[in-house]
Design a protein around this ligand. Structure first.
Ligand code: PRP
Ligand code: 7HP
Length: 178
């Protein structure tokens, strides 16, 4: 059984209020691009579940919700470099305007993999949004179309992001330092 890290090792980086404000702005940005068309929002599990819940409510208009399960960190603070689909789409997305929703783009391996994977499903269009972007840690050249916050190269938890499956329920984004 791993020893749980004490919570004083988490310092607030982005508050609940800043997250709420930025999501409202992102929703306007995204709607300005997709107009009033139905949007198929595809959340990348597990990390994006809280961001997605808030973003789809801010988006308004016609929205479908789909999920993809993906894992490459396997509980640690470093990507294994191997992206694995743990849960596939439940419905076809062919011909639909899609929005891939990520919590974080770090090495970029997951986003790069998923853009190719979803492209193969022949959506009418594919946009990408991430709450957090860590450009200083990229291993492949890929960027999301919409970014909530650009953050330094530190390991963050909260608001869906975990360390060993813990901390996802923190209402803010915090930096974890052991
Ligand atoms: C995290 C996160 C992203 C990905 C980003 O998923 O949710 O999907 O890593 O990292 P990358 O840019 O270095 O590929 P993780 O594998 O930790 O699974 P989880 O969402 O279930 O925590
Ligand atoms: C994945 C991930 N999960 C939690 N915190 C981070 O900083 C992360 N980067 N990539």
């Amino acid at each position: 059984m791993p020893v749980l890290p004490p919570d004083e090792h988490v310092r607030v980086l982005i508050s609940e209020e800043r997250i709420r404000e930025r999501i409202a702005e992102l929703a306007l940005e995204i709607r300005a691009q997709v107009g009033s068309e139905p949007v198929t929002c595809i959340g990348v599990l597990k990390g994006s579940f809280i961001f997605m819940a808030d973003l789809v409510r801010a988006l308004g208009g016609p929205v479908r919700c789909e999920f993809l399960g993906v894992s490459s960190y396997h509980g640690g603070t470093r990507s294994t470099g191997v992206v694995r689909i743990t849960q596939d789409l439940r419905h076809p997305i062919e011909g639909q305007h899609c929005l891939l929703i990520e919590d974080i783009v770090d090495t970029g391996l997951t986003l790069d993999y998923l853009k190719h994977f979803l492209g193969g499903h022949r959506p009418a269009s594919l946009r990408t949004v991430t709450l957090l972007d860590k450009p200083d840690h990229r291993e492949v050249e890929v960027d999301a179309d919409h970014v909530g916050f650009t953050i330094p190269d530190e390991f963050v938890v909260g608001y869906g992001l975990d360390l060993g499956e813990l901390y996802r329920n923190l209402p803010f984004i915090g930096v974890y330092s052991p």
